[in-house]
Design a protein around this ligand. Structure first.
Ligand SMILES: C[S@@+](CC[C@H](N)C(=O)[O-])C[C@H]1O[C@@H](n2cnc3c(N)ncnc32)[C@H](O)[C@@H]1O
Length: 246
């Protein structure tokens, strides 16, 4: 059956003026707001929701250990997505000190279980303490210390409602392939750092991470029968995608 929602190449793609274009220039509609947000709006959105004190302590520990946690805007978005997906089973790649884990627990159903993988058992020890301090029961926490590409293939097919990826971006293509297998129909993929310090959108940049992320974004966008994706300018860029039924 023809899928009327499947994206088709627009014959006349909309022309969007760059954010720094002068709206008073000839051709621009007088009185039409500029597309795009400025720094102040972006910062306002990032800090829109207050964080719990445990998250602040997890951030402090991350800083002391040289670990980079998700931004506040990403935390808010993760909680929202876990809530909207009624997430009961979640896989996280990159536990860190638990900032993202707290955000996921805040949105998951009360009995939901987080399986969180990190190659660094020291940061996971901090994450475990952070979750305990936040009152998360131990039977909701499954922390696995190890390399993600060794651990993920051992997890069950189509058993998870949400997969969050926040680890080595050079492997993000492989993580996304694993997520495709792990997610149930209508499950949600979330990839942090998807705009990688503004470098993904810079056509002149050809760093290894940038190229790998661009290829991963293109692969997800092109798999119409698998993903319904969106690229959100939150934090350092957040790729979100809903998994279609196979
Ligand atoms: C950006 S930090 C995660 C921060 C965490 N999500 C948070 O918000 O608190 C990335 C983490 O990925 C872990 N990592 C990097 N490469 C990995 C791999 N191949 N397998 C598992 N973990 C990995 C690092 O040890 C690090 O703790």
């Amino acid at each position: 059956m023809h899928d009327i929602f499947a994206p088709t190449a627009p014959s006349n793609p909309p022309v969007i003026e760059p954010a720094d274009a002068d709206p008073t220039e000839a051709g621009a509609d007088a009185g039409t707001p500029r597309p795009g947000l400025d720094e102040a709006s972006w910062a306002y959105a990032e800090t829109y929701r207050r964080e719990r004190p445990e998250a602040g302590r997890a951030r402090q520990a991350a800083e002391e250990m040289g670990n980079v946690p998700i931004s506040r805007g990403v935390a808010t978005t993760l909680t929202f997505l876990a809530r909207a997906a009624h997430a009961r089973s979640v896989v996280e790649v990159g536990s860190g000190t638990g900032v993202s884990g707290l955000a996921l627990f805040a949105g998951m159903v009360p009995e939901g279980v987080l399986t969180s993988i990190d190659a660094d058992s020291e940061v996971q020890r901090v994450a475990r303490a952070v979750f305990r301090e936040a009152g998360v029961p131990t039977n909701r926490i499954r922390l696995i210390a190890g390399d993600a590409l060794t651990v993920m293939p051992k997890l069950s097919d189509a058993a998870y409602d949400l997969v969050f990826i926040d680890a080595d971006m050079l492997d993000c293509g492989e993580y996304i392939e694993q997520a495709q297998r792990l997610l149930r129909a209508d499950g949600v993929l979330v990839v942090n750092n998807a705009l990688w310090h503004n470098l993904v959108a810079d056509p002149a940049n050809e760093d290894d991470e940038t190229i790998v992320i661009r290829e991963a974004l293109e692969a997800v966008e092109s798999l119409d029968d698998v993903w319904v994706p969106a690229l959100l300018p939150v934090g350092n860029g957040l790729l979100v995608a809903s998994r279609r039924a196979s």
